[in-house]
Every structure is written in C-alpha cells, then in structure tokens.
Design a protein. Structure first.
Length: 306
C-alpha cells in the first residue's frame, strides 16, 4: 500500500512510519522538515513532500497515486479563527484531496482532548465537551471526517473512502530511530532534571493517566489501516492507569542518595481515577496495552538525554 502521511517526522508520526515500513508499505511524508529524521530521508521506500498543512497544491500533488492518507500533523493557532484556518480547514482540505486522489482509506488523528471534561464513563460514544481550543479543533475535525459520507454534487457524486478516527492519549517513548525524537511534552525531562539537581519534584496529588508507548500507538494505526472498518473512533490509550507519583518515585530510585522529595499539591482529586474505557480496541483488534513494560527504559533514557 502507498500511504500519504502528514507529520511523519514528528514523534507519533515517525513511529507510525516505522510500523508501516516494517510491513513493507511505501510511505509519502508531508512535512515542513524533511531532513528532521535522516534515517527516513535515506530510506528507499520513503519519499517527501516539503509543505505545511496549508500548502494545498503541494499536498494534492503528493497524494496522487496513494491508497491511503493518515493525518497526524497539527496546525496551531492562538485564537479560534487561526485554529480554524490552520488546522480544521487543513483537515477538511486533506479529506477532499484524499477522496479526489482515489484514496481508499483516511485516518484522522484526533485527541482525548476532543472529549474534554472527564465523566464517570469515557468511551468513544461519550459526547465531546472540549475545554480548550485544541480540543474544540479536534472535535471539529472529527465531525467533518464522519460527516463526509455520501455523494455531494458533481465533485463528489459518491464517497467510497473509509474514514476512521484515532484519539491518542498521553503517548511517550524514546525515538523510533537513533536520529528521531521523543515526545514534545517536557514533564519527564523536567522531573529527571530536578532529580539530577537534588531539587524537589512538584506534582498534583492523584494525577496520572493511561499512558501508552508510541510503538503501541503505532500498532493501533496499523490495525485500523489494514482493517475494513469505517466511520469508527478508537481511543489510543493504555489499559492501566499510572500516576506521576509512581514515575517520580522510579526516577528518585535511580539516583541513590538523591535528596529530592516529592511535593504534592492537593487539588481535591479523588484517589480513584476516572478511566477511559479501552474495550473497543480489544474487541476490534485484540489490542491491550500496558505501558509499564516501557516506562523504566524510557526513564533511564530520559536521564541520559538531559
């Protein structure tokens, strides 16, 4: 399969590209930074389109001959209108381009932020109540992806392309390639730096999440791509909740004699966390993820790279 992917040199993106290459797919990466991961630049099954998400002509040209489009990149903005123009509009254009190019499959990368406020039952069918512009943008993208389903005038007399959505949660990991990148969030690095300098680690009491390693996230993308699913939403999360306190304790344990202490701010969060229900990825694909198997090695890697 020839797969067009936006954000393929980013953190989650380069893990997805690696998974695609391991299954012998051909990959076309649309990115502003084609030299960001030299290992991909030199790969014989990878080609590049140097473009931003709003370079629509370049994107359309690069998508010709592709069987599928995986949209991972994010277009950012500081206001509702710039988020609309840089991200939502780009998503809608990619959706149309993919259909015109004859792609059979489209995968949109949303976020658990689209769902917003935590409630007792957080499943794929839980209503979206975004709490910020990022979540609102992702929710809007989801609506267009799912809504583009029937014929529309002369340009789209029918829509044959399957369209699915993945909502990643907190995704961590070492680089997929030696010259790749780690997650953009700095909390692991900030905590490790505090331990190295014998400073206290400040966290929120009972804070944590259903961490997922980037290689596990990539497995979900591959399963969705190679399936016959259509108009489905999948939560890309681990099945096990891990607290930031547990991570901090692991970091301190790696430094015998460390004087750092864990300082917890009490925000009134209960001891029993509200969880996302990840039963659907198990039912559809047999996927059950526990990030513990990767956590220790990632913490050690983080210490070595600060």
């Amino acid at each position: 399969m020839r797969v067009f992917i936006t954000g393929g040199t980013g953190f989650i993106g380069h893990y997805v590209v690696k998974a695609l290459l391991e299954k012998d797919h051909e990959v076309v990466i649309a990115t502003r930074h084609p030299n960001k991961v030299p290992s991909l630049r030199s790969h014989d099954k990878v080609s590049f389109v140097e473009a931003s998400l709003t370079d629509f002509d370049k994107m359309a040209d690069g998508m010709v001959g592709c069987d599928a489009c995986i949209h991972i990149a994010l277009g950012w903005g500081d206001t509702p209108s710039t988020m609309l123009m840089n991200d939502t509009r780009a998503t809608v254009n990619l959706l149309e381009m993919a259909a015109r190019a004859g792609c059979q499959k489209f995968i949109y990368t949303s976020s658990t932020a689209a769902m917003g406020r935590m409630r007792p039952s957080m499943r794929e069918v839980t209503s979206n109540l975004p709490m910020d512009l990022y979540g609102a943008t992702k929710a809007a993208g989801e609506a267009f992806v799912l809504g583009f389903r029937r014929g529309y005038g002369t340009q789209f007399p029918e829509v044959k392309m399957s369209r699915n959505i993945i909502r990643p949660g907190y995704t961590f990991g070492n680089p997929a390639f030696n010259d790749g990148c780690s997650q953009p969030d700095r909390r692991f690095f900030d905590m490790a730096q505090a331990v190295k300098e014998n400073r206290d680690i400040h966290i929120i009491k009972n804070d944590g999440t259903q961490f997922i390693h980037a290689s596990q996230q990539a497995q979900l993308y591959l399963k969705v791509l190679e399936s016959d699913k259509n108009e489905e939403i999948y939560l890309g999360l681990g099945s096990v909740w891990i607290s930031w306190k547990e991570i901090a304790e692991k970091m301190i344990a790696l430094r015998p004699g460390c004087k750092s202490k864990i300082v917890e701010s009490d925000m009134g969060w209960g001891e029993e966390p509200m969880l996302f229900d990840v039963q659907k990825i198990k039912d559809h694909f047999g996927l059950v993820f526990d990030a513990h198997e990767f956590m220790d090695s990632h913490i050690k890697w983080t210490f070595d790279h600060i």
